[in-house]
Design a binder for this molecule. Sequence first.
Ligand code: 5GP
Length: 176
Amino acid sequence: MESYSPDVLISEEDIALRLEDLGRAITEDYQGQELVVICVLKGAFMFCSDLIKKIELPIKLEFISLSSYGDGTSSSGNVVLDMDISSSIAGKNVLVIEDIVDTGLTIKTLNEMLLVRKPKSLKLASLLFKPSRNEHPAKIDYLGFEIEDKFVIGYGLDYAGRYRELPYVGVLNAGN
Ligand code: 5GP
């Protein structure tokens, strides 16, 4: 079997510690209220799954799928809705969970799609943020980590469909 070992950028332990903080902050901010969590597939699946375990609130979980990247490492410049959520968010507190905000185009497009459905509130949690490439500023209410302009993989994020299963955020090196 092929072996590979991307370089670790953010370790499993550091992610777990940060998720404790984010979970606590979200729990406090929505105290006594119900939350609709929208997990943006596929990249946010692992972050979402770990984060919701740290949120002590009643949660309804929805999934949405958008694509802006092909199999390469740069944006195609338009965002396509591949799969929509399955219930109404009108009047609900909605928390979108994303893997990474890069240029900001995906989250800008998603915010526009969701706001017309009249949620009571709309907030964003993102594991990662690359400030150097940001073109469409969006408020990240709950941010895991700010990172340099590097193409990252692991902890849900892929390169050409691979590496999502890694328990850490890594960068590919010459050996991969
Ligand atoms: P944006 O629309 O903000 O430019 O890009 C957001 C999407 O691009 C993310 O949800 C993710 O799917 C993809 N993306 C951006 N940067 C990276 C990266 O460094 N690694 C991976 N695997 N995907 C990225």
